[in-house]
Design a protein around this ligand. Structure first.
Ligand code: SAM
Length: 316
């Protein structure tokens, strides 16, 4: 798809470039905030799976930059934002970056060190594995990321704090909802207007963190392992059958963002400049070390190799 064509077919992609966001995902967090007011009173926040950084930009613009301009606040009182991803990302003002794997238990320790032992008010997780298109598989791998996020949450979120996590809706959504409800009395699945209807993506908005009495985060690891292993699935009876009949759960599901605003599934005409042409903007910040970089380098090297071989055979 050409740049102008993508600008036309993806209004949020175009708007992201116009407003200086690194990715269209920024609008998803902004629209979740419009509905749930998630930034109220937040001083310490963790952005899990943050690259290329548009959610971290939102956190910086909503929390750090306004506080920095406030004369009443000193350096030590500024909001702390820690962003974690497998991939490195270009710097963002007020955001501490940690390159790491959220499925690794040590990651929580690194965050706690940055917070000087204090806990976070908000944890957001927009983590996504490479989507295969096989919905069951994608949903399963995604749920593993959410559970890894939840593990970190049980170590670093303060009582009463909030957790926002990307989910893929599928046949085990009810199970996920019930698991989250163990820790948060209020869980809503939200679909921001900027998230395409054609996508199974939604966001779990979990409020008022209240782990069960006497909860030991080590118990969650056991649960994670059991859910993650094929034999454990049977032990836990995750077959959602136990959530049927009188046990059936009704998940609060809410569309958010201005409902008369831009529709992410529609094409919009491109704004023309005076001479009648349209000037597509470059991406705000291309990824600095994308996972596909090595593949491109190898492809380039092998095309060069083929050209050299062809040249050799022509010369001989
Ligand atoms: N919220 C980001 C933004 O607004 O720019 C976009 C996040 S992108 C959809 C998903 C990210 O999840 C990728 O950058 C990927 O590297 C990261 N990710 C996937 N698995 C991860 C893991 N185990 N640990 C840390 N990051 C992970």
């Amino acid at each position: 798809m050409g740049k102008a064509s993508r600008d036309k077919r993806d209004i949020y992609y175009r708007k992201a470039k116009e407003e200086g966001w690194r990715a269209r995902s920024a609008f998803k967090l902004l629209q979740i905030d419009e509905e749930f007011n998630i930034f109220e009173g937040v001083k310490r926040v963790v952005d899990l799976c943050a690259a290329p950084g548009s959610w971290s930009q939102v956190l910086s613009r909503k929390l750090y930059l306004p506080a920095k301009q406030s004369p009443a606040l000193k350096d030590g009182e500024l909001p702390l934002i820690v962003a974690i991803d497998l991939q490195p990302m270009a710097p963002i003002e007020g955001v501490i970056q940690v390159q790491g794997d959220i499925t690794n238990a040590r990651t929580a320790e690194v965050v706690i060190r940055h917070f000087d032992g204090c806990k976070a008010d908000l944890v957001v997780c927009d983590g996504a594995p490479d989507v295969t298109g096989l919905h069951d598989m994608d949903e399963f791998v995604q749920s593993q990321l959410i559970l890894a996020g939840l593990t970190i949450v049980t170590h670093i979120l303060r009582q009463g704090g909030k957790f926002i996590a990307k989910i893929f809706r599928g046949k085990d959504t009810s199970l996920l909802y019930c698991q989250l409800k163990l820790f948060f009395p209020v869980v809503t699945f939200a679909k921001p207007k900027s998230s395409r209807n054609s996508s199974i993506e939604a966001f779990a908005v979990c409020e008022n963190y209240s782990p069960p009495e006497g909860f030991n985060p080590k118990d969650l690891y056991r649960l994670l392992e059991m859910v993650g292993s094929p034999s454990g699935v049977d032990d836990l009876d995750c077959s959602s059958g136990w959530l049927e009949g009188p046990n059936k759960v009704y998940i609060p599901f809410l569309a958010c963002g201005d409902l008369s605003g831009y529709d992410s599934d529609r094409s919009y005409p491109l704004p023309k400049v005076a001479d009648g042409t349209y000037q597509s903007l470059d991406p705000v910040q291309p990824p600095i070390a994308p996972p596909y970089k090595r593949a491109l380098e190898m492809k380039k090297a092998s095309s060069q190799g083929i050209r050299d071989l062809e040249k050799l055979s022509l010369d001989s």
